[in-house]
Design a binder for this molecule. Sequence first.
Ligand code: DAH
Length: 360
Amino acid sequence: MSELNALEQEITVGINAAADEAALEDVRVSALGKKGKISELMKTLGKMSPEERKEMGPALNGLKARVGDAIAERKEVLKEQALNARLVSETVDVTLPTRVGATFDGCVHPVAQVTDELTAIFADMGFAVAEGPDIETDFYNFTALNFPPDHPARLEHDTFFLPEKEDGSQMVLRTHTSPVQIRTMIDQEPPIRVICPGRTYRCDSDQTHTPMFHQVEGLVIEEGAHLGHLKWVLAEFFKAFFELDDVKMRFRASHFPFTEPSMEVDIGCERKGNEIRIGEGDDWLEVLGCGMVHPNVLRNCNLDPDKYTGFAWGMGIDRIAMLKYGMPDLRAFFNGDKRWLDHYGFRPLDIPGLVGGLSS
Ligand code: DAH
């Protein structure tokens, strides 16, 4: 019996001394493996007298069970120690820049990037994003925006008309994002502050025009809104968007059926050959149309023009993207040439924000 006690003692010392799972496995094999010390002793039971076996059988079985339990217990401890050691040594530095390589094989299109940039800027000024359908009714695209029936502007827009319906009406591919103004005013109570970015369509194609392009509409409706507010919003936008301390603006009288007064806005620039530098020089570049929302438009949306005033603007997203990032040909935006996108695209994890930077 004392032999068994000595053996248990020896194995227990081995178990406790095992520094890792491999060492513990060695102890297990030497004790309980096929040729292990306890297994060898078990084999001797068959040759014993019944009396001896009666005493040694339970003693050996007890020893085997205790050693087995002790090994299992030690194994759990060692496993946890190993995991903790890995957690300490294998830290990940999340501040490292993302790796450029095989895993980085896609990029963000400049239109998506610029849409994210302007959304971040206007969101900071309290604007929400509103959306509408690309296929519009004549009512939202023209009538509610105060285009008189048979007004030439309906044709000036180079409108894509869908086939006539049975009732004689025709849907259109929206020619501008202004119909989203109408949908918003009909759906929401003032005060309203929204921007409406999206696709627009006109039958036109050259270096600066494509049949599908992008606009962003802005709309503010509230009691007391005036031109000064409009001017401030646009000035803040251009400074933030072009990442400049100051951007010169010029307002020119213009005409849109849905605003009164109506203006076109130019920003200051300098042209050198094919290059345009924003914010410098004595040249001007037209960037958007804007004005105070026409009382008829407010009435068409069941708003009382004696109570509410508002202003709106519409701007080409592709156009300001071309200006900011120096891309000369609009058609290249939509050709799907991967070499162009690899050159002008943005990295997917560099999400534009006012804190981290818009285009860094
Ligand atoms: N919808 C006009 C266009 O596509 C742009 C525009 C001008 C929008 C003036 C406006 C505005 O909201 O007030 O040419």
